[in-house]
Design a protein around this ligand. Structure first.
Ligand code: FAD
Ligand code: SF4
Length: 481
């Protein structure tokens, strides 16, 4: 380890953010780069614990203690090489990952965990700055043609692995730009799209062909793809939003988060002619759903100039520290404050929406809500209304951010006849990554349900190994999950 006494000498520091005053006036990334010397001290806190549980906490199996040590020793080139062994896109995870690794860091048993995610981001930023990221073009080509449907992190990770293994890879995307939720979903202030664009450039130089506005199952027949390609990989995500079917749902001014967020993404991309742009400027906004998608809506609404924002959550407020039934090294279910929360919001817990109220002209003017108490019914949470707690909350714009119920079934999945599990996700064999249809594979949210970037990359890499083995009889590509 870099510094044996590092974890005693240095305390965990907070990721530097731009000031709220400044960042609310633009769409640039909230995080600031960490200066090198203090960051090296953070890396030095990694303490040679013997059994690094962070390896298991990270779905990619990132070799965290190795690169913490290399950063402390100022050996950034070896650090990025080690990091790229397990992660194709550390800049995506370095900016966006909730860092389950930190929840399982051994130092976290009785102190604050190592700032793993910040070290990861600094390594990849340094590598781009120094021009170390180059296309890695396959030395030998195979004759195998692979179609990847969906260009999110799962599809991109698989595409890079398979192109580097020598296969011809074409990525089909129904949107007008490549990137999946990294492009249309995650706001610019969380990850600037230039990070995505330069990776896409690298993939293109490695031979990956990107086709946009290709909606497989709609304007492209899935049977044509089966004829033209040896293998199909389905990485279409889990884009079906959960709805709130209560009285007044059809009023104007109520939108799904994924109707709202992509519009602002488009504006940030420079698209100006946007029909029916949903703007929070000057409005009282209510976000229903206390999770990360809700926080993205919040940061977007505040930047657009909302008058007020409430974020409602049906669950009770989480505790500030781990409870006894949520011990280390599990992911800590504790109260968290995202950068968007620091920028202004009223967070309301244990509340359920009973109906949307009309202003008399077909627009939403308020929400009728009630306090609820969470009960446990045969291991399932249920919510009981607290008598006499009904109240109205005034609003002009409501954003629904209540999660996703799985992949879209109509179209590609239905036409292929792939088997789905009881949650509606695509079933694959756990070793081969193939679905019930010969030569058709799946990975990412389409297979595991709405999840995380880090899981999408991990699954894309593993599915690539499954495909390579299917085509070639053996594979050198790594597979972890
Ligand atoms: C608003 C929001 C914010 C998030 N923030 C974070 C975060 O900060 N950190 C984190 O770790 N995770 C976050 N997530 C989750 C994360 O984005 C996803 O888990 C991840 O993007 C899944 O990757 P994927 O490649 O499986 O699918 P996606 O990224 O969903 O990409 C699927 C792509 O497939 C395309 N597609 C679907 N069907 C077809 C078809 N038939 N033909 C052609 N193309 C098709 C879609 O248009 C889409 O572009 C967030 C999710 C949302 C919604
Ligand atoms: S990808 Fe996520 S879990 Fe893995 S090391 Fe990076 S921050 Fe931690």
């Amino acid at each position: 380890m870099g510094k044996v006494t590092g974890f005693i000498e240095f305390k965990r520091e907070k990721q530097p953010y731009r000031s709220i005053k400044k960042r609310l006036h633009d769409w640039n990334q909230v995080m600031e780069p960490w200066p090198v010397e203090p960051l090296k001290n953070q890396a030095a806190r990694c303490m040679d614990c013997g059994i690094p549980f962070c390896h298991q906490g990270c779905p990619l199996g990132n070799l965290i203690p190795d690169w913490n040590d290399l950063v402390y020793r100022d050996n950034w080139l070896d650090a990025i090489n080690r990091l790229h062994e397990t992660n194709n896109f550390p800049e995506f995870t370095g900016t966006l990952c909730p860092a389950p690794c930190e929840g399982s860091c051994v130092l976290g048993i009785n102190d604050d965990p190592v700032t793993i995610k910040a070290v990861e981001l600094s390594i990849i930023d340094k590598a781009w700055e120094n021009g170390w990221i180059k296309p890695e073009i396959a030395k030998q080509k195979t004759d195998e043609k692979i179609a990847i449907i969906g260009s999110g992190p799962a599809g991109l990770a698989a595409a890079q692995q398979l192109a580097r293994a020598g296969h011809d890879v074409t990525v089909f995307e129904r949107d007008d730009r490549i990137g999946g939720l990294l492009r249309y979903g995650i706001p610019e202030f969380k990850m600037e799209k230039k990070r995505l664009d330069r990776r896409l450039q690298q993939l293109a130089e490695e031979g990956v062909v990107f086709k946009t506005n290709c909606y497989v199952g709609e304007n492209i027949k899935v049977t044509d793809l089966q004829k033209d390609f040896n293998v199909l990989l389905l990485t279409g995500g889990a884009c079906e939003s959960r709805d709130l079917i209560v009285e007044g749902r059809d009023l104007r001014g109520i939108y799904q988060a994924m109707e709202y967020l992509p519009m602002q993404n488009r504006l940030c991309e420079g698209d100006v002619e946007l029909d029916n742009f949903i703007n929070a400027k000057g409005k009282h906004v209510i976000i229903i759903g206390g999770g990360d998608t809700g926080a993205d809506c919040l940061g977007t609404a505040n930047r657009q100039g909302a008058k007020s924002v409430h974020q409602l959550e049906i669950l009770p407020k989480p505790p500030n520290v781990r409870t006894d039934d949520n011990p280390w090294p599990e992911w800590p279910h504790i109260f968290r404050t995202a950068s968007a929360h620091e920028e202004g919001v009223e967070r309301v817990y244990s509340v359920s929406t009973k109906k949307f109220i009309d202003d008399g002209k077909g627009n939403v003017k308020a929400l009728q809500v009630a306090k609820v108490e969470m009960k446990n019914l045969n291991g399932m949470p249920t919510f009981e209304e607290v008598e006499g707690s009904t109240q109205e909350l005034h609003c002009d714009l409501v954003l629904l951010a209540m999660g996703f119920i799985g992949p879209e079934k109509i179209g590609m999945l239905e036409q292929l006849g792939v088997q789905l599990d009881n949650r509606g996700n695509v079933v694959t064999d756990k070793n081969t990554w193939m679905t019930n249809i010969e030569g058709v594979f799946s990975a990412g949210d389409m297979r595991r349900g709405q999840s995380l970037i880090v899981w999408a990359i991990a699954e894309g890499r593993s599915a690539a190994a499954g495909i390579d083995k299917y085509l070639m009889g053996e594979t050198d590509l790594p597979a972890l999950v």
